[in-house]
Design a binder for this molecule. Structure first.
Ligand SMILES: [Zn+2]
Ligand SMILES: [Zn+2]
Length: 363
C-alpha cells in the first residue's frame, strides 16, 4: 500500500517528537501484577559488568576499568577533563574509589573489594555525589553536629534554594507521558513528605510550561546532557533550585502501590525515588546517612519514603519549620516503613527496654 507523502511527513514528525525523548513508562500496582513475559527483559542492570572487577586494585589492567572510570567521572569522583579512559587501575581511580568508600561508609582501602562493588552496582540517583570538585557527602570533611546527632545532609554548591517569596510552589507533569491519576497520586504523597516539615506547599497545575517544578519520564538521551541508561543503573535525576526539573527513567519498571513484595525483581518503588528527587528540587544534595532519603542508592524491591532526622534537619536549615507542625515534633522518626510495608520497631523496642530498666532501677 502506498502511503501519501503528506501522511509520511506527519508520521516522521510524530516519531521525532515522541520517540527521541519521551516514552510511555511502565507502571504496575505491585510486583505480582507484572506480567511474566515482561520480567526476563528487566533482570540485567546497567552496571552488572562491574561485577567482574571485584578484587581489582591499583597497578592492574583489566578490560572494563575504563567504563568504571566513566562511572566515577559521572558521579563526580574523577575530574571532568576527559572521558577517553584507559583500562589501567591508576592513581586517579584509586583516589576515586577511596572517596567513594568514605562517602558510602565503607573501609577506605582504594581496592574494589566485594562490599564496594556491591554498592557500586546498586541502582541510584543520577545526581553526582561530588559537584564542581566539592563533595556533597561525607568524604574529606568533618560531619556537622546538630543537637546530639551527627548530620551528614548537604547542599549544592552556593546553597541554592527557593527564595523567601516562593513558598507555595506549583508542579506539573509532562503531558506527553499521559500519566494516570494513580501515578499522579504517588507524587501528591511524595510532596507531602517534605511539606509536612517545612513552610512549603505544593500544588499541581495543568500548565506544564509555567509550573515551578516540572516532572517527566524519559528514555536515554532526552536533551539535558544527562542521558538515562535503561533498566536500573541511574533511576532519576533532578536539578537544584530554581531550575525545577525532575526526570525519571521510563525504562524502569515502576511500582506505584504502597504494598511491596520485597527483593523479588528489578522493579523500583516510584514514591521512594520521587521523595529523594524532590529533595534535590528543594536544594538538598546527597547524604552519607544510609537511612536518609537523600542517600544516593536504593535497591530494587525496597520502599523508603519517610524522611529521616538527617533529611528534616537539612531541609529545615534551608526553609525553617512548618508553622502548623510545631517545629520538629510530630510523627516519630523511629517508625520507619521499609520492605513490604513492615515496620522497623527497633526504636520502640529500645524505649520499652529503657522504661522497664528504669522501673526496675527505681524499685
Ligand atoms: Zn540524588
Ligand atoms: Zn534529564
Amino acid at each position: 500500500m502506498k502511503i501519501p507523502p503528506k501522511f509520511n511527513l506527519l508520521l516522521f514528525i510524530l516519531s521525532i517528537s515522541f520517540s527521541a525523548t519521551t516514552a510511555f513508562p511502565h507502571f504496575f500496582p505491585n510486583v505480582s501484577s507484572i506480567p511474566p513475559s515482561f520480567l526476563p527483559n528487566t533482570t540485567a542492570g546497567a552496571w552488572d559488568t562491574f561485577n567482574k572487577l571485584t578484587g581489582c586494585h591499583s597497578g592492574q589492567k583489566l578490560s572494563g576499568i575504563s567504563k568504571l572510570k566513566n562511572y566515577f567521572r559521572y558521579f563526580g569522583y574523577i575530574g571532568n577533563t576527559t572521558n577517553n579512559f584507559t583500562d589501567d587501575f591508576d592513581d586517579a581511580l584509586e583516589s576515586a574509589v577511596k572517596n567513594y568508600q568514605l562517602n558510602f561508609n565503607l573501609n577506605a582501602t582504594g581496592e574494589l573489594d566485594e562490599s564496594t562493588v556491591k554498592q557500586i552496582l546498586k541502582p541510584r540517583c543520577g545526581v553526582p555525589d561530588i559537584v564542581n570538585g566539592s563533595s556533597t557527602m561525607n568524604s574529606g570533611k568533618a560531619p556537622k553536629t546538630v543537637g546530639h546527632s551527627v548530620a551528614h545532609y548537604s547542599f549544592f554548591p552556593g546553597r541554592p534554594r527557593w527564595p523567601e517569596w516562593r513558598r507555595n510552589l506549583t508542579y506539573a507533569f509532562d503531558p506527553r507521558n499521559q500519566l494516570s491519576d494513580d501515578v499522579k497520586r504517588v507524587f501528591v504523597s511524595a510532596f507531602s513528605r517534605w511539606s509536612e516539615w517545612t513552610p512549603l506547599t505544593f500544588t499541581e497545575t495543568s500548565n506544564y510550561f509555567t509550573a515551578d517544578l516540572r516532572i517527566g519520564f524519559y528514555a536515554g538521551d532526552h536533551g539535558d546532557g544527562e542521558e538515562f541508561d535503561g533498566v536500573l543503573g541511574t533511576l532519576a535525576h533532578a536539578f537544584a533550585p530554581p531550575r525545577g526539573l525532575l526526570h525519571l527513567d521510563s525504562d524502569e519498571t515502576w511500582i506505584i502501590d504502597d504494598v511491596f513484595a520485597s527483593g523479588s525483581s528489578s522493579a523500583m518503588d516510584l514514591e521512594s525515588v520521587a521523595v529523594h528527587e524532590i529533595g534535590h528540587l528543594l536544594g538538598l544534595g546527597h547524604s552519607s546517612v544510609e537511612d536518609a532519603i537523600m542517600f544516593p542508592t536504593i535497591s530494587s524491591g525496597v520502599r523508603k519514603v519517610e524522611l529521616a532526622r538527617d533529611d528534616v534537619e537539612g531541609i529545615q536549615e534551608l526553609y525553617g519549620t512548618n508553622p502548623d507542625n510545631n517545629g520538629t515534633t510530630g510523627p516519630s522518626f523511629g517508625e520507619r516503613e521499609v520492605n513490604g510495608g513492615h515496620r522497623d520497631t527497633s526504636v520502640l523496642v529500645k524505649i520499652l527496654f529503657l522504661a522497664v530498666g528504669l522501673t526496675l532501677f527505681v524499685l
